[in-house]
Design a protein around this ligand. Structure first.
Ligand code: CP
Length: 348
C-alpha cells in the first residue's frame, strides 16, 4: 500500500495510510516559489495567476509560439513518479515556450527501481543545477515534503488523493471563460468518484474561494465522510446535482486508487451516475461540460456528452498550457528573489 507523507513540527515526516483525510495543512506559501495546493490560497492570488495565463494565451494566439525570455537561464525538471499525459506534456510545452531548459524524469529506467528514495532522487537531480521541480507522485503530501526538505522550488503536479492545483487553476480559467468572468452566483456540479479525486479537491478549494456554489454527487462509497465541511452540498442524485447548474465536472473513476467492492458494476455506475447528453440538457442553456481527463468514455461520461456542443474538455487542455506557464513564471520570479535573499529555514 502506498503511504502519505504526513509532517508535524515535532516529529518530522512519517507515513500514514492513504485516505486518512485532510492531513496536509493548508498552503500558506502561495506567493512564494512553490505551488503546493489551492487550499488556503487567497482569491486575489488565484485571479492573478488566471490573468497571467490569459495574457500568455493571447500572446501565443496573436504573436505565435516563439520562445519567450521569462524562464531564460532557468532549469526545470518534470519529475513524474506516476503516469501522466496532459500535465507532463503541457508543463514541458509551457517551460519551452518561456525559454527554460528542461528535462523530464520518469521512474521507468531510473534508480527508483533500486530503492532510491523520493528525497534522494530529487536531491540528486537538484545537485545537477535544477531550479524548479514539477512533481507528480502517488503519495499525498509528497510535493510539500520535498519543498520542506530541499532548497528547490516545487510545483505539485498531483499528489495522490490530495491536490492537483494546476488542474484546479485550468478548470477555473475554463469556467471564467464560459461564465463571462463571474464566479459568484454560479453553481458547478461535480459528479463521480470524489473520494479518490485530487482534481475535485483542488476544484472545490478554488471555486468556493471565488464564491461559486459546488454540488457533489456520486455513490456513497465514493463520497468522503463530512465532505460538507469544505463548504459544498451533496445531492442525492446526479439529476438533483445537475438540474439548473451552470456546469458539470465529470470525474474519472480512479480504479487504480480504489479497493475492490466500491461499485456493484461499471454498467450500473454509468446508468445511475454517468454524464449523458440527456442529463446535460437539464442544466442551464449556456452550461458547460468538463472532464479533467483521461476519460473513461462510456463509463463516467458518454460520447455524446464528451463531444457535444457544451463540452469544454479540449478547451481545458489548451488552458492547461497557459496556466502552467503562468505558474512557472510566477514561481521562477519568486525563486530568483529567494536566491538573492534566502528566507530562514522553517515551516512554510
Ligand atoms: N488531468 C490530468 O492530470 O491528466 P494526466 O494524468 O494525463 O496528467
Amino acid at each position: 500500500m502506498s503511504v502519505a507523507y504526513h509532517e508535524s513540527a515535532t516529529r518530522g515526516a512519517f507515513p500514514v495510510p492513504q485516505g486518512a483525510g485532510f492531513f496536509v495543512e493548508p498552503s500558506t506559501v502561495s506567493a512564494d516559489r512553490h505551488l503546493l495546493g489551492l487550499e488556503g490560497m487567497p482569491a486575489a492570488t488565484m485571479l492573478e495567476i488566471l490573468d497571467e495565463a490569459e495574457a500568455f494565451r493571447e500572446r501565443w494566439r496573436l504573436e505565435g509560439k516563439a520562445p519567450g525570455i521569462e524562464l531564460a537561464g532557468f532549469e526545470v525538471c518534470h519529475a513524474f513518479f506516476e503516469d501522466s499525459t496532459r500535465t507532463r506534456v503541457s508543463f514541458e510545452i509551457a517551460a519551452k515556450r518561456l525559454g527554460a531548459t528542461s528535462t523530464t524524469f520518469g521512474t521507468g529506467g531510473s534508480s527508483v527501481s533500486k530503492g532510491e528514495t523520493l528525497l534522494d532522487t530529487i536531491h540528486t537531480i537538484a545537485a545537477m543545477g535544477v531550479d524548479l521541480f514539477v512533481i507528480r507522485h502517488s503519495a499525498p503530501g509528497a510535493a510539500r515534503y520535498v519543498a520542506r526538505q530541499l532548497d528547490v522550488a516545487v510545483v505539485n503536479g498531483g499528489d495522490g488523493m490530495h491536490e492537483h492545483p494546476t488542474q484546479g487553476l485550468l478548470d477555473l480559467l475554463t469556467l471564467r471563460d464560459a461564465w463571462g468572468g463571474r464566479f459568484e452566483g454560479r453553481r458547478l456540479a461535480i459528479v463521480g468518484d470524489v473520494a479518490h479525486s485530487r482534481v475535485a479537491r483542488s476544484a472545490i478549494h478554488g471555486l468556493t474561494t471565488l464564491g461559486t456554489e459546488v454540488t457533489l454527487a456520486g455513490p456513497a462509497t465514493l463520497m468522503p465522510a463530512d465532505v460538507e465541511l469544505l463548504g459544498v452540498a451533496v445531492a442525492p442524485s446526479v439529476e438533483d446535482a445537475m438540474a439548473g447548474a451552470d456546469g458539470v465536472m465529470a470525474l474519472r473513476l480512479q480504479r487504480e486508487r480504489m479497493d475492490a467492492g466500491k461499485l456493484p458494476s461499471l454498467a450500473e455506475y454509468t446508468r445511475v451516475w454517468g454524464i449523458s447528453a440527456e442529463r446535460v440538457s437539464t442544466m442551464k442553456p449556456e452550461a458547460v461540460v468538463m472532464h479533467p481527463g483521461p476519460m473513461n468514455r462510456g463509463v463516467e461520461i458518454t460520447h455524446d456528452a464528451a463531444d457535444g456542443p457544451r463540452s469544454r474538455v479540449f478547451g481545458q487542455v489548451e488552458n492547461g498550457v497557459a496556466v502552467r506557464a503562468a505558474v512557472l513564471a510566477r514561481c521562477a520570479r519568486a525563486a530568483r528573489a529567494h536566491r538573492q535573499h534566502p528566507a530562514k529555514p522553517g515551516p512554510a
